[in-house]
Design a protein around this ligand. Structure first.
Ligand SMILES: Nc1ncnc2c1ncn2[C@@H]1O[C@H](COP(=O)(O)OP(=O)(O)O)[C@@H](O)[C@H]1O
Ligand SMILES: [Mg+2]
Length: 207
């Protein structure tokens, strides 16, 4: 079991950008969002199951999952949310395990899990919790610019995530992504150096 960082944070805070920077520095990065998208891609088994359960309206004309529609459904229907989670979460976790097993050498690994603190699925694999933090207004403007969601839609997603305050309390480490990308990248470099040392100690203790 390699030394593992669980990277989380609210929508739009910059998890994916931070993870890219860790990867550039040599960390092995596993992104559960990417895995979830791949698992529900056109012609996927999971998408067939979702459309069989909720209707063909959930498949867009290009064959891909209508994510906005599914998001709306699970935010307004607890049973549907439980169904989708029971379908996807074990598949995502399984794929994380597959990717962990096939990692080439890296000093440590980073697993990006948007709902790390809302769910309890990765706790036993994770040695430290790293939170990417920014202001709520920035979460909204960045997510709107990236995805074309409306402010109301972003706020709804944020309401389904734990509060910024709770997330900050649960963190072992925090990267503050409130200013320039360059400032964020400097913090990633510092964290990387710290994690290389911690990973080394961790391996020594296990020998
Ligand atoms: N410091 C920053 N300054 C400006 N834009 C940023 C900054 N950090 C991230 N972004 C942009 O904000 C958007 C959300 O970042 P992303 O990494 O996708 O967030 P997350 O993965 O947490 O949802 C992306 O378009 C990203 O390029
Ligand atoms: Mg992301």
């Amino acid at each position: 079991m390699p030394f593992t960082i669980g990277l989380t944070g609210g929508i739009g805070c910059g998890k994916s950008r931070v993870a890219e920077n860790f990867a550039k520095l040599g960390a092995a990065v596993i992104d559960t969002d990417k895995i979830a998208r791949a698992l529900t891609g056109p012609n996927s088994k999971a998408l067939d199951i979702i459309t069989a359960q909720f209707g063909d309206d959930y498949r867009r004309t290009d064959g891909s999952l209508d994510r906005a529609r599914l998001r709306h459904l699970i935010f307004t229907n607890a049973g549907a949310k439980a169904y989708v989670e029971a379908l996807l979460h074990p598949l995502i976790r399984q794929q994380v395990a597959v990717e962990m097993a096939t990692l080439t050498y890296a000093p440590y690994q980073v697993i990006v899990v948007p709902l790390l603190l809302e769910t309890h699925q990765y706790q036993e694999w994770i040695h430290r919790i790293l939170v990417v933090d920014c202001d709520e207004a920035q979460q909204i403007s960045r997510t709107m610019a990236r995805s074309g969601l409306t402010e109301a839609e972003v706020r709804t997603i944020m309401r389904h995530q734990i509060s910024r305050e709770t997330r900050r309390l649960r963190a072992n480490d925090i990267i503050t992504n409130k200013r320039t990308l360059a400032e964020m990248e400097d913090q990633v470099i510092k964290s990387h150096r710290h994690y290389v040392v911690l990973a080394h100690k961790y391996r020594e203790e296990r020998e």
